[in-house]
Design a protein around this ligand. Sequence first.
Ligand SMILES: Nc1nc2c(c(=O)[nH]1)N[C@H]1C(S)=C(S)[C@@H](COP(=O)(O)O)O[C@H]1N2
Ligand SMILES: [Mo]
Length: 268
Amino acid sequence: METNEQQPQMPEREALTAEQQIRRRTLKAFGLFGLASLVPVGIWKYITAQPKEAGIPTPLRAVLDGNEQVANTYFSNQHLAPTFNLEQAAKAVRVNGREGIRTELDPATWQLQVLQPGREKLMIPLEAIKALPKQELVFNFKCVEGWSQIQHWGGTRLSDFIAHYKLGTRTGQPAADEGDYFNYLGMETPDKGYYVGLDMASAMHPQTLLAYEMNGEPLTALHGAPLRLIIPVKYGVKNLKRIGTITFADDRPRDFWAERGYDYHVGL
Ligand SMILES: Nc1nc2c(c(=O)[nH]1)N[C@H]1C(S)=C(S)[C@@H](COP(=O)(O)O)O[C@H]1N2
Ligand SMILES: [Mo]
């Protein structure tokens, strides 16, 4: 964490400490709410089961601290990113990265494709995603190139989406415990020009959003309309714009920047 960061301000409605919140959300996300006493061990086992990659020396190294390997695999997806007040959010939001979004896309015909091993593919329209519980988030978006900006996003939690459609488990049923989930979730643009891979714990993090709004307005094309990923536990590179397909898998999905020598996890 940078020392020059603005003091985080948690919204008033969040009376729980960050740790309580994440614990509660994680328990809910993994369907273990009634088994609270067992959870520290279960969660720990899940976290430690995440693959540990040796990183490749790259320019990215310059902005990651020495604990990055440990932080990425054990801790990055278990803390809450600091949140800010609406007034602190940037009005002129930076645009960065146009891989996979250079062509025109008709939002009216767009549907989200979901692929899972051994199951029928799903096609889900935007209206169905907007009908799920809405979550807004004001946080400090960080790009590996060195800039950051406080931004305001709105959408639905990826974990709520996964729970609603009973996705991501090998059984096809709601998860009885965290081991039921596939190891990874991959996302790619409709033209497959940009793609990212996420460990399931990061995907299920309570601040990870399928975002369809920025500053209270529908996403613009350059910010990833009609639907993009917002994942505060990762650097900007993982925040894929214009999601076409979500794929669940046990093997690590391909990742655009990992293929170009960057660390696979790029966690914060
Ligand atoms: N489809 C797509 N998504 C993308 C990228 C891209 O090139 N193509 N760039 C990533 C990077 S490096 C950053 S920093 C953020 C920037 O998001 P923004 O343009 O909304 O600021 O998008 C990420 N998502
Ligand atoms: Mo970035």
